[in-house]
Design a protein around this ligand. Sequence first.
Ligand code: HEM
Length: 419
Amino acid sequence: MDAIDADALYDGIAEAGSAAAASFDIGRLDREFYEDPYPVFHALRRHAPLRTLPDGSRFLTRHADLDAIYRNPQLFSSDKTVDFRRTMGDTPLYEHHTTSLVFNDPPRHTRVRKRLAPAFTPRALRTLRARVEEVVAEALDEVAEMGRFDLLHDFAMKLPIELIGDMLGVPRADRHRLSPWAVAILGGLEAGLSDEQRAAGSEAVEEFKAYLRWLIRERERNPLSGDSGEVLSKLIGPDADGDTLSELELLHNCIFLLNAGHETTANTITNGVDALLRFPAQLAMLRRRPELIGSAIEEILRFESPVQLGNRKLTADAEIGGERLAEGTYVWLAIGAANRDPDIFGDPDSLDITRKPNRHLAFGAGIHVCAGMSLGRMEASVALDGFIRRFAEIERAAEARHHMRARFRGFTSYPVRAA
Ligand code: HEM
């Protein structure tokens, strides 16, 4: 190709990118976007890094802008009581999301976060690690028998359900009920929320609340003894300062714990295997150098971030990325875009399990930074490490499609053959 042709080609690509950025609307996404949002994210970051959406909200894609916003909770509020009213109405779904700590500001956020802290101390994690290893070993035995299986449902999902089941002390026989509730409740956060999604989310909240009320009564009657990694008992009743969570705070934050640690962790594992299959030299390196598992997990979290979007609202006029935004502006934080920002990450569309530094925002940052990040990292490391040690040959057995929810990155199913 000569120079003139190349220029024309690059102009064409730039024009297409600028058109993609100009027509982007988070409420109207197509299948192509759900399969691969990154070309659109690159176009937005390049042509409209603070794109104004049709409803007046702003969609932000630069790492520096997101990082600054996450670290300034006074100016960028997480409180969603006004905004969720518009999409969710006066529903159980609204009650749930506006009571969980992630969608609240201090002081309401602080008191719940403080109560959760004992669940995630290094000591609690050591207890949970033994359980994670046990669950992974059992799940590996099961899928090894099958030969061809669904990586997401037969393997990756098993782990967080068992772990959170243990943390809440949910009897084994009831654990299969948790996953559909979580999916329905998180589906209620989508931008173009349908009547069906709203109704399914609300029904799941009501069922989950009723179930937890029963579980709490059980726990009050029969407290669990010993250090089982169970946290529900620690959340019931007053803390050392005499502060007690209200019944709704207790119920909704238990529901949130399940939801927050469930699909995110399972998707980290499945997205990780998928990324390694797409970059076989990286998989080969990880097999040769298993000590890279920690750094590989960080790269997988950057490369296919399980949480792709966050939101904040300006509490006052502020300058962000060289633009003045007005008080009350609702902002979208595109984590998936920031984690592929070429200003921060060299060759951002390649998986590099040795990447260092890796300042990804997959867990957010600031006061709301993921409370379960050490647990999520540990679960994903044990699972992925175990999976590639057990199977010398891994291949995708059929097409795998992403689900059609923009906030979370994951597959509907992931058929594999492994031996
Ligand atoms: C590895 C997968 C995970 C990813 C990618 C992830 C991602 C995130 C992100 C981005 C946030 C911040 C939301 C915001 O500020 O707007 C968050 C918050 C949170 N996550 Fe995770 N998470 C993961 C696993 C877990 C696990 C395993 C748990 C617990 C069982 C958990 C519990 C929480 C909690 C309680 C919050 C709210 C923190 C607060 O508002 O102070 N997460 N997570």
